[in-house]
Design a protein. Structure first.
Length: 614
């Protein structure tokens, strides 16, 4: 729901701009997990994850992962448990062990106790991860011990007490521990006052990277008093402003000063702003006289129409490079233009405000996208998308088009195109252009449904001049045809042909290459849900007289109407980036998930509940 993969270029396209911090200046990050084909021998990766509810108040679970990568074998196993202790109190616990060929063996564990009632909200936690523990997705970073407690107790209808205690420790280096205590009182007319004090200490060895950045600030001791006042804005409904100040009683120049506010509008829009000065790079438990930073966030968030949302934010951070001082505006919406016509648009602008000029030039960027879908006619559907992006280093354009038409009862036309143009900036930077056009005809005997066929033409072109000494151009023409014949209810015969003609020009060397792929499959229904099939395939080239074979037995199971799951194994096998990229011709095991899209796509009568054919 947050992003999509653009399949042609492999890029991740986010549905909306991602800010670097939220309205409370908490950092916002993105985690992307990917796999790389490293070459070499094949190896197994296996895993299992299970949760079991033993009782209404007890749940346990376990996980196991085994990666036989010869370059770095890895194993992870773990267990977790959750207990409902009653009285709105929950206890969590988990343990994990990893074996990494390079890092060695390590353990991690965590326990947490939570309570939530009308008057009391409390949390107590402790966690430890060994230095050799290896799991990037874990809550704890390797080599750290984190523990703490926090509680908020409502003493009266207007008075509450707040307590927070933390202890963060680097197993190899230092420790920081501290406590915050205070009271919050709600006056009339929604005026709120918070007062309290903070005490913390840090050893001579730094406890975190933020204090390790500046030599000489540890050991450190913080003794501070704080106050925060929140008041409504006169004559403005649902608007509040606040001011916050905290200072070390022994070193008043070590302080936190913040002002801000927000307003909730009637059209579901929210405007917010916050500016903060702090004498540290990590937080108020690290106040010192050698570090300081300013942070500013001004933004709006709005659902100004159905399915629409506006995001606009200014960000500033003075203690780091100019590339972290940016302004961004984002717009994302989807709206109905007419019956069967919907549109989507996005806009994003990011620009550094000050800092190193070279860095500012490379990080400034603007992106605009627009998309439209048309489904007004039951006989045809169309979609289009255009994205333009410009930055200090690259300009790019991405365009996709799609069209489907029901010609008559038996024939359907399908068309798709995608164009990606990218131009790097700078002397002799070069660029990369890619395009793909597909057009096909599908034929189905709607009345008796014994014969089905699909024929398709595809054109691909790639032009890469990013390396000036190695200008690569490639053009490929591909034709393919598929035929299915069902002589009886339990038997299906399938045939496939694909051929290509490729022209390549790389580094001044020109090549012409042709290849042909022929395959056939026989599928027999053992039961109404279980079937078995075997496929034979061959690929040959007229240029080098090469010939490759494949033999693929497969077992399939209908997991739901129009959804089939298959498990098969290909003996021998072969690969080709154009003819075999979407099928199972590689040697080895494979899992196939196939779904059937029939005439109900065009609202032409009830769905046919039939077997799914390869």
């Amino acid at each position: 729901s947050d992003y999509e993969f653009e399949p042609f270029t492999g890029r991740i396209l986010f549905k909306e701009p991602i800010p670097s911090v939220d309205e409370n200046l908490n950092p916002v990050s993105i985690r992307v997990t990917y796999e790389v084909d490293q070459g070499g021998e094949k190896f197994w990766v296996a895993g299992a994850d299970a949760q079991v509810k033993l009782h209404d108040r007890v749940e346990v679970g376990g996980v196991f992962v085994q990666d036989e990568n010869p370059f770095n074998k890895f194993r992870l196993w773990g267990a977790n448990a959750a207990f409902d202790l009653g009285m709105k109190t929950l206890l969590y616990g988990e343990f994990a062990h990893t074996d990494d060929e390079f890092k060695g063996s390590g353990d991690a564990m965590r326990v947490e106790l939570r309570h939530q009632s009308d008057r009391l909200s409390a949390r107590l936690f402790w966690g430890r991860a060994d230095e050799k523990f290896s799991n990037p997705s874990a809550l704890l970073t390797a080599g750290r011990i984190e523990s703490g407690a926090e509680a908020a107790l409502r003493l009266t209808d207007k008075l509450s007490a707040i307590v927070q205690a933390i202890r963060t420790e680097s197993i190899e280096y230092g420790t920081r521990q501290g406590v915050l205590a205070g009271f919050e009182y709600a006056f009339t007319r929604d005026v709120r006052l918070e007062i309290g004090g903070r005490y913390s200490t840090e050893t001579a060895q730094p406890a975190s990277t933020s204090t390790a950045l500046t030599p000489g600030i540890t050991p450190n001791e913080v003794k501070s008093l704080r106050a925060k006042l929140t008041v409504p804005v006169p004559y403005m409904k649902n608007a509040r402003v606040f001011g916050e100040y905290e200072a070390d009683i022994t070193h008043p120049d070590q302080r936190v000063a913040a002002v801000g506010g927000d307003i909730q509008l009637e059209n579901k829009a929210r405007l917010y702003a916050r500016h903060e000065f702090i004498s540290s790079l990590g937080g108020p438990y690290e106040l010192n006289g050698s570090q300081a930073q300013n942070q500013t966030v001004i933004g709006t968030e709005s659902e100004y129409m159905k399915d629409g949302r506006l995001f606009n934010e200014y960000r500033a951070r003075s203690a780091f490079e100019g590339r972290q001082t940016e302004a961004a505006i984002g717009l994302r919406n989807a709206w109905k233009l007419a019956d069967g016509v919907s549109a989507n648009t996005t806009f994003e602008r990011i620009a550094p405000l000050e800092g190193n000029q070279a860095v500012e030039t490379t990080t400034e960027s603007t992106a605009v996208t627009g998309a439209i879908e048309i489904t007004t006619d039951p006989d045809w559907k169309a979609s289009a998308r255009l994205e333009g992006r410009t930055s200090g280093t690259t300009d790019s354009v991405l365009n996709t088009l799609g069209y489907a038409r029901k010609i008559n009862q038996n024939w359907t036309f399908l068309g798709q195109s995608i164009l990606f143009l990218s131009q790097n900036k700078g002397p002799e930077a070069g660029g990369r252009n890619e395009a793909r056009v597909r057009a096909g005809l599908a034929w189905r005997q709607t009345d008796i449904n014994r014969w089905n066929a699909l024929t398709r033409y595809e054109f691909k072109t790639e032009d890469d001049s990013t390396q000036t000494e190695w200008d690569a151009r490639r053009q490929v023409h591909i034709v393919s045809a598929d035929v299915n014949f069902q002589p009886t209810a339990d038997l299906v015969l399938s045939g496939h042909y694909a051929g290509k003609l490729a022209f390549e020009n790389s580094g001044g060397s020109r090549d012409t290459y042709d290849a042909h792929l022929i395959s056939g499959r026989v599928t027999y229904d053992i039961t109404s849900r279980l079937d078995a099939s075997v496929a034979v395939s061959a690929m040959f080239s007229g240029g080098d007289n090469s010939l490759h074979y494949g033999l693929s037995p497969e077992v399939g199971f209908i997991v739901a109407d129009n959804v089939r799951l298959g498990l098969g194994y290909t003996f021998f096998g072969f690969t080709d980036e154009d003819l075999a990229e979407e099928e199972y011709y590689h040697s080895g095991f494979y899992i196939a998930l196939r779904m059937k899209f029939d005439e109900t796509l065009f609202n032409r009568g009830p769905a046919r509940k039939e077997k799914i054919r390869p």
